[in-house]
Design a binder for this molecule. Structure first.
Ligand code: FE2
Length: 368
């Protein structure tokens, strides 16, 4: 197994390829409370695409839209709709990371490239992971600009988050990929072999099944434990799994959900709800059974029930989580908000209630 000779400092940013980055920036600003900090586009002499950089806590999102059908990535919009194009890693050495990854069998997409402007040198390279999703390796140790060449700061007077109730999102906790039937182990091995990740845990269809549908999931993480990628594949059930629905509407494998960590989930979910973010709901019976299942917790149970926040406990502590509905028209990408109080797990005790909630949504869409 590859030793940690390809160290990743952190997830630098998630890049979303979207139909209208300007309007998506408005959504992530006003609904999710991100600050829009930088822009690239015609006004900054970038001719082929527009880009917006959004920040909150340690989270960076980049929203990119093509400015014409000639953009090399424009077909993504037809095939996938809006979605995550790139999970970009900050690394010590872009060239070494790309060379090692491709030597071990990763498909190279962008060979190591240096971009320069008056603020210094920005390095990047990228490889392909599941579906059309990319992992870029980036380094801006010798770059003093706002984000990358082509980007300029945005007037904070105009674009700083102004939501009445700003949420408190702090970090990316994990990023989940949906892969094709029978391919989960292949992608687990990709992360082990190419990036030196280790498999942390797995859930089979006994853990993750309802009366109607099932899925399987394995979690890989980097050597530091800071970067966690659960990978799901559909499993046989009486009706169609949410993973099948995703694969159909996304047009292949891709990022299913992004879990954003907060230190105050009650405040954050109140703010997000006030900003019109829609969440999945579980029935009241879930909360009736909760005290017996998770024991004492700091939060007020009625508040959690009002907000629809879920709780799960393991040997190390507990965690609170909630899931949004899909954020685009296609039933593809959604978000999880998570607060960990000791637990490092993913809410196994909530899977059944949660997937039944998703099935009720699938039923409405006619995709169950
Ligand atoms: Fe999750």
């Amino acid at each position: 197994m590859a030793a940690n000779d390809l160290p990743l400092r952190k997830i630098d940013h998630l890049r979303f390829f979207v139909g209208n980055a300007r309007q998506s920036a408005y959504f992530y600003r006003n609904a999710f409370g991100f600050d829009v900090v930088a822009y690239a586009g015609l006004e900054t002499k970038v001719k082929h695409e527009a880009g917006y950089v959004l920040k909150q806590g340690n989270i960076t999102f980049v929203l990119t839209s093509p400015l014409s059908g000639q953009h090399p990535e424009s077909n993504r919009l037809l095939q996938h709709g809006d979605g995550v194009m790139d999970i970009a890693f900050d690394v010590d050495d872009v060239t070494a990371a790309y060379r090692l990854a491709t030597e071990r069998g990763a498909k190279g997409v962008t060979a190591p490239t240096k971009l320069e402007d008056e603020f210094g040198t920005f390095e990047l390279a990228s490889i392909r992971t599941y579906g059309d999703t990319l992992h870029s390796f980036i380094n801006r140790d010798n770059y003093k600009g706002i984000f990358a060449p082509g980007y300029r700061p945005i007037d904070p007077e105009r674009y700083t988050a102004t939501t009445a109730q700003p949420p408190k999102l702090a970090a990316i906790d994990h990023v989940v990929g949906n892969v094709e039937l029978g391919k989960m182990d292949e992608w687990v091995n990709f992360y082990r072999r190419i990036l030196g990740f280790e498999q942390l845990m797995h859930f089979d269809d006994k853990d993750i099944s309802t009366e109607y549908s099932a899925l399987m999931s394995k979690v890989v993480q980097d050597g530091t434990g800071r970067i966690k990628f659960p990978l799901n594949e559909p499993a046989e059930g009486k009706r169609r799994s949410q993973i099948d629905e995703y694969l159909q509407y996304y047009g292949g494998p891709g990022v299913q959900h992004i879990a954003l960590a907060t230190g105050d989930i009650v405040h954050t979910v109140k703010a997000l709800r006030a900003n019109d973010v829609s969440f999945l709901r579980v029935p009241q019976t879930y909360y009736d059974a909760l005290p017996a299942r998770v024991g004492p917790i700091q939060e007020d149970l009625r508040t959690l029930a009002d907000l629809g926040i879920l709780v799960d406990r393991d040997d190390e502590g507990y965690m609170l989580q909630i899931f949004t509905k899909p954020v685009a028209d296609r039933p593809t990408l959604f978000f999880e908000i998570i607060q960990r109080r000791g637990s490092k797990s993913f809410g196994k005790g909530n899977f059944k209630a949660l997937f039944e909630a998703i099935e009720r949504e699938q039923e409405l869409r006619g995709t169950l």
